[in-house]
Design a protein around this ligand. Structure first.
Ligand code: NJP
Length: 244
């Protein structure tokens, strides 16, 4: 059976590109996000380009009960699951003094608690099979704080802390746990994160191609080596563990 890879935030950006990369290697991506139309378009493209039927389900990762139901249904109908890529996330870059507490809350709901809830929804299944890989898309903001990113950087530091602790908890269960910490990537992320466009302007020349980030991340998943060091631009201080 081909490898089944759940991807949250698969309706655009690096999530979409990772879905193509999984299918390109013969795996079955299972696509989750809020935008059904985008998911349908991407699933159709995967079928046309790679002949792979990629299931898609609408999921808002800030809805805990929906996560439980959706993951249970995925495991039942499309399992077993080999990989979960926790990619859904967003930022809102603003000064701490100006940002509303609701904006902080929103980022924590999606980037941290949503990621934890998705992980918990798949972990018992992976532990039972003594096989699996959880990949958390964190950020260079998990390591490097900059002004106007207090909320976003706090969420990504939290993701890294969760990832590093979980890795120790499940390493004897045949489960790999990886954080990927890329720098700025050319996606729609900045439409929300940086409405003024100022940050984007400053980092324009460093911006990564989403296809390259996706291809590096997914190719590491499908490599037969146990540990891989990703290029420094997407691996600030973490090791990519892989399972295949
Ligand atoms: O962003 P974008 P990226 N429930 O906006 C989904 C991190 N990162 O690809 O729900 C479920 O193109 C949204 O789908 P939809 C970043 O923090 C980025 O750049 O349909 N899904 C879409 O598919 C994030 O964790 C940069 O609106 C939700 C996807 O998330 C990851 O990379 C740098 C959702 C976002 O696609 C992907 O971001 C870095 C929800 N509540 C880390 N809310 C960067 N771009 O510079 C959003 O270090 N989504």
């Amino acid at each position: 059976k081909s490898s089944s890879v759940i991807i949250t935030g698969a309706s655009g950006g690096i999530g979409e590109q990772m879905a193509y990369e999984v299918a390109k290697r013969g795996g079955t991506p299972i696509l989750l996000a809020r935008s059904k139309e985008s998911l349908a378009r991407i699933s159709e493209k995967i079928d046309n380009d790679f002949g792979i039927k990629a299931p898609y389900l609408v999921l808002d990762v800030s809805d805990r009960s929906a996560i439980k139901e959706t993951f249970a249904s995925i495991i039942e109908h499309h399992g077993p699951i080999d990989v979960l890529i926790n990619n859904a996330g967003y930022g809102k870059f603003e000064y701490a003094v100006e940002g509303s507490i609701e904006n902080f809350e929103g980022m924590f709901e999606v980037n941290v608690l949503g990621l934890i809830a998705c992980t918990k929804a798949v972990l018992p299944h992976m532990i039972e099979r003594q096989h699996g890989h959880i990949v958390n898309i964190a950020s260079q903001a998990a390591k490097i704080a900059t002004p106007k990113s207090s909320g976003y950087a706090a969420t990504k530091h939290a993701v890294l802390g969760f990832t590093n602790s979980l890795r120790m908890e499940v390493e004897d269960e045949g489960i790999f746990v990886t954080a990927v910490n890329p720098g700025p990537i050319k996606t729609n992320f900045f439409d929300v994160a940086d409405e003024s466009g100022q940050y984007q302007k400053n980092v324009e020349r460093f911006m990564l191609d989403p296809k390259e980030v996706a291809s590096k991340t997914v190719s590491a998943l499908f490599t037969k080596k146990r540990e891989i060091n990703l290029p420094s631009w997407m691996n600030v201080g973490s090791t990519f563990y892989q399972v295949f």
